[in-house]
Design a protein around this ligand. Sequence first.
Ligand SMILES: [Zn+2]
Length: 515
Amino acid sequence: MMDTNVKTMYGSYKSMFIVLLLNVLVVGGFIPMSHVNAAQLRAGVAKVDITDTTAGPVNDRLYVRALLLNAGETTAVIITVDAVAIGEIGHISNNYLGIVRSQIENELQIKPGNVLINASHCHGVVCSDVDRRTFQAVKEASLNMVPVNVGAGIGYEDRIMENRRLKLKNGQEADVRHAYSLVPDEEVAGVGPVDPEIGIFRLDRKDGRTLAVVYNFAIHPIQGVPGGGNTADITGFASQVIEDNLGEGTIALFLQGCAGDINPVWYKDVNHPRDAEPLGNMLGLSTLRALREIDSKRDVRFKVINEVIALPRADNAQRILTLEAEQESLLQSLRGTSLNLKTFIPLVVKYNISSKYPSYYSHAYMHDKGRGGDGLEKLDSENRRNMSQYIQNIHIMEQLTRNQTNLALLRKHQAGLIADGKGTIDVELLGLRIGEFVLLTFPGELSVQIGLNIKNMSPHEFTFVAGYTNGYIYYAPTAEQLRNVGRAQEDSDCLLAPEWQKIYEEKMVALLRKL
Ligand SMILES: [Zn+2]
């Protein structure tokens, strides 16, 4: 059995040797200086409740979680917030990011560009002093810094989400929302992709106990809970499961990924109360399962890059006119029938129970025929004609509703384009490497395909993408999805012109090379 002192001495000789070896490699030019920080990586974590208790019943608490990382001259902060977005929509104001960053800079001397704030995109209601409580979490984390080992890995989960864009037989796309009806089943030709990867970054204390788990996944956490109370939704439950299982003091930080077109499964269910908890439990358990396979070790690589790029804004003036003309012609295509809702519904039931004798018993049809009459048959064909027209009117109404909802989004952003007068939009991109874990961020709702593309193009094994970070510029669909403007939320609730995707992806490749 090895004496503890001998083991400790052996450990410190070993780390001295590693430091010496790294110095030789750097001085000798074998490793670029930027990749080496000979100092020990240290980290601190904290979480603070940000639930708005004045906003009605609370199902489960909302949190801001902070992870502070330091090695030598470099310090970075990862903050995750159970909220819909960092500004622009929801309950977090547009000046939140600036307020939090300057307080961190003033009191903790951390550069604003090294502060990453990701919104989980849950639709819970946060308290009005969320900025103060965010700084409180960072401050608490800064007071509890300990040396850490790090590791990265990938988990798998494909049961809890689905792509919410439907490819239609007519070449258009539609989306799965509560804001309007789905298209008829007969029109659907296929569905889009999902990303089953859970990107995992673990930080362990030197005694082996886990300090923090950062995990990245793409799903809209908008399932809600039975009864509709305030909730951190799927990802809140997932974080809770991870924290409960890893023991006292471990914090799980969820980084929302490229969830722009990813919904929870059973999102449109009308037969059961929709419940985020089982879905969150599955995500949490899948993360824990993957975590068992990830080893943590001393790793000195730590780098943060923060850049701003200008992306082209969409001008949808012509598209709006086209959709308005379509609305008018849809309206003109509505035809009157003798039926109203009260007479239509019983007829639908009757004609589906018996296609041959819907209006009365079979013998009446037989007697009618024996007399050379066709009154019942004529009645049935008239009812069928009216029902078919009524159903057609309903489908037109559904299409009008979808168009109207998406037109409102287009008009809102078109007004913004005119008011802004700039034609481009500046977005902040952050690149982060800690050990093997590489993360890129974007301030909006990236479609899942963008994340899959970046992972595919990256030279680094553990590359992950977090949308909803350091600001909010609405949806960021692919150029292909933007051929569908006005037909689905992602392509209508969007500021970007299709050219944005190429510019962004090229920028990401360059950023990945620097990491
Ligand atoms: Zn969204």
